[in-house]
Design a protein around this ligand. Structure first.
Ligand code: CA
Length: 720
């Protein structure tokens, strides 16, 4: 609390000085500085947020304490800015030289005055809306990187772009991916010395993962590190890939791509000069198909340390050997120095999807602890002698489906950043339990450009039977877990109404900030979890807050706007209830007086045509919906809030079904035509299933309260 004490001392001094200035006559001699300069000199120094995770260690702990556990009740909205879109927002704002830079849906970039909100410029990289079909988890972007007056960001269609920060003009752009493959970029680049590092995504669809480094000045590629081997018949890029290939076997993983995308997290230790990358899941998920002879399938689901000068391999730790559940290790990684057993260890910490919290020695990758932070059924524990998980019977779903499994593909923790406070010694995890039923897809074949997981999504669908449904709903949770990484145990927990809550900021004011799936932006005491303040954000908040101080005033900023993976597929699993997307940048300060316009709720009207299809057609529709549609339009055709609810299609949209679904009439909203992939019979069957789901909703609610989905997403989604 030293910083805060200083802050309290500063304020009276500043007031006295300002008071003196206002009373005094102008100075008689030119020796004294002008009054304005005196005031500036007395104001607490500016503290900005110039890197994605605040620093290379990615701690997301603000040293500011002007806003603290005593006065946070007076926090109010300073200003807000409306984005022109209504899809997911996941960006970390950067604040540099008084300007706040955010990225929005479709990889757009916005520059606003950080104290007034005035829009200075915006840049639209013109991502083809049809590329949305090649992404798993909404058309999101997690932010820009900044260096010496220049910005860097990735685009959804795989480009790395550099802009002049001053006016948003284009410096250069390069295609970092093969446009013939369904690659996407949603993660923020990182700057390491003279290079900008960028990964990519797409493992659900069929790509091979890698991370690339580009020259900051020229955009020339300096190196590329593949995370998994390609086709051995083509030879290997290096010895590391040759070694990795020994852990794969029996399948043609390179046809689907193999996966291992580096789609989000990185960290950098300048002393050790090590770049840490988090590697994603296999493509397809199902190892029985991807690598039928078994094996660990390096470097899937691993933390890999690289030499950032040349991209060479240094060490790795694989969190989930032989990954088969979409258990990415792309989740946020934090570097810290911790006293463990009397020794100060340089550690790297991660809560990957698989439910265990890992503390590793970041010099060597040595495992220091691995304990469950979320409910998990796939392993009894991690063997500290071998560093490997001890899997439970049936976890690999060989043969028939084996019931509810935790974590599911959404993970015990997803991309939403954690925060590590050196004041409390706690890591704050936006954790969740979202179960899934894994089942091997019976007739798997590679569908080029579409979902290819090797699992049958129907097995994980929300059951219709009320009792079974309740069992699933009861297993779904969302929480902040304050994790003690030294004791390898939770210290406190705050439960939310549902899963898929926001990233986290902690501050020296003994505060933790987080938005949530209920549409609230909340401050808690960092040491106890006591809720101290909340703000009605009118929309789900998934992005992480930041804090900064300009001209003596501390601000907290967060990008609000419901979206992302679970906002697409969530359906009834979103137990916090329906939530609309209202896309805004919200900036707060003490005694802020700005007010959001009133939120106008829209009622979901489910009024389907008569169901005339046969049960067989509906069943076929369920199968095809689960293969092609569910990932954007929601489990059971229940909208997660980021795309229109198909159960509420209007009669004119029903009449246009073929034109939209096969012909691509709504391509400009991201709804491409599936005419090259689906037959008229399949499209009709999906239509029948959607109508059947609408009737199911009406039947379920008949006698109870009407389902009231407040969704404004159709302002952009239109009916896609
Ligand atoms: Ca994945």
């Amino acid at each position: 609390m030293i910083v805060r004490f200083k802050g309290l001392l500063w304020v009276p001094g500043l007031l006295a000085l300002l008071g003196g200035c206002s009373r005094d006559e102008p100075p008689a001699t030119p020796v004294a500085p002008p009054a304005a300069q005196q005031a500036v000199a007395a104001v607490a120094p500016d503290v900005e947020w110039r890197q994605h995770g605040l620093n290379a260690a990615e701690t997301r702990f603000s040293p500011l304490a002007d806003i603290n556990d005593d006065n946070v009740g007076k926090l109010g909205l300073a200003w807000y800015f409306d984005y022109p879109t209504a899809r997911g927002l996941e960006a970390t704002p950067l604040v540099v030289d008084g300007v706040i830079y955010t990225t929005g849906s479709w990889s757009m970039v916005f520059a606003n005055n950080a104290t007034t909100g005035e829009l200075l410029w915006f840049y639209d990289p013109q991502v083809p809306r049809s590329w949305a079909v090649h992404g798993c988890c909404d058309v999101v972007n997690r932010g820009v990187a900044y260096d010496k007056g220049r910005l860097y960001f990735g685009t959804y269609d795989g480009r790395l772009v550099s802009l002049n920060a001053g006016d948003g003009s284009l410096r250069w752009e390069v295609q970092t991916t093969d446009p013939e493959r369904p690659y996407t970029i949603t993660g923020a680049p990182r700057i390491v010395r003279d290079k900008v590092i960028i990964g990519n995504g797409g493992a659900e669809f069929g790509v091979r993962g890698y991370v690339s480094a580009y020259n900051l000045d020229s955009g020339e590629m300096m190196w590329r590190f593949y995370t998994i081997p390609g086709n051995p018949a083509d030879g290997f890029e290096n010895d590391t890939m040759k070694r990795a290939a020994d852990t794969w076997g029996g399948g043609e993983w390179w046809v689907v791509g193999g996966g291992g995308t580096v789609w989000d997290s990185m960290a950098y230790d300048p002393q050790l000069n090590l770049l840490y990358i988090g590697v994603g899941n296999g493509a397809p998920w199902n190892r029985q198909i991807r690598s039928p002879d078994g094996g660990d399938n390096l470097f899937l689901s691993s933390i890999v340390a690289l030499n950032p000068d040349d991209g060479s391999y240094v060490w790795h730790y694989q969190t989930t050997p032989g990954e088969t559940w979409d258990y990415t290790a792309t989740q946020h990684m934090i570097l810290a120095d911790l006293d463990i057993d009397g020794v100060t260890r340089k550690v790297i910490m991660q809560a990957p999807k698989n439910g265990f919290f890992y503390v590793l020695d970041r010099r060597t990758g040595e495992l220091l602890s691995a304990e469950p932070y979320a409910t998990q059924t796939w392993a009894t524990h991690v063997d500290m002698a071998t560093g490997r998980p001890v899997e439970t019977e049936g976890a690999r779903y060989v043969g028939a489906a084996t019931g509810l499994h935790l974590p599911g593909p959404i993970g015990g923790h997803n991309w939403h950043p954690m925060s590590y406070s050196p004041d409390t010694g706690l890591v704050y995890i936006p954790a969740q339990d979202v179960p899934w039923v894994y089942q091997t897809e019976a007739d798997f074949h590679h569908r080029k450009g579409y979902w290819n997981t090797g699992t049958d999504s129907r097995a994980g669908a929300m059951p219709d039977d009320p009792a079974t449904r309740q069992v699933v709903l009861d297993a779904i949770k969302g929480a902040i877990i304050a994790w003690d990484p030294v004791a390898a145990a939770p210290r406190w927990r705050v439960d939310h109404a549902g899963p898929w809550n926001g990233g986290i900021l902690s501050t020296a004011g003994n505060l933790v900030f987080q938005g949530n799936s209920s549409g609230q932006f909340v401050a808690y005491r960092a040491d106890t979890g006591e809720q101290l303040w909340s703000f009605d954000a009118q929309t789900g908040v998934v992005a992480p807050p930041v804090s900064f101080r300009l001209d003596g005033t501390q601000y907290v900023a967060v990008v609000a706007g419901w979206g992302g993976a679970l906002a697409l597929i969530g359906g009834d699993a979103l137990t916090a209830g329906p939530i609309p997307n209202r896309s805004r940048l919200l900036v707060f300060k003490l005694d802020g007086k700005a007010v959001l316009p009133p939120a106008v709720a829209k009622t979901l009207v489910i009024d389907p045509p008569e169901l005339t299809a046969s049960p067989e057609q509906v069943a076929l529709g369920f199968k095809e919906f689960s293969t092609y549609c569910v990932f954007c339009h929601g489990d059971g055709a229940v909208s997660g809030g980021a795309t229109p609810d198909l159960r509420a299609l209007t009669p004119d949209k029903h009449a246009m079904w073929d034109s939209i679904v096969l012909g691509g009439l709504h391509w400009q909203y991201g709804m491409v035509g599936f005419g090259g992939e689906l037959s008229k019979e399949q499209a009709d069957a999906i239509h029948a299933y959607v109508i059947e789901r609408a009737h199911f909703a009406l039947d379920r609610e008949a006698g109870g309260a009407a389902e009231n989905t407040d969704s404004e997403t159709s302002t952009e989604g239109g009916g896609n």
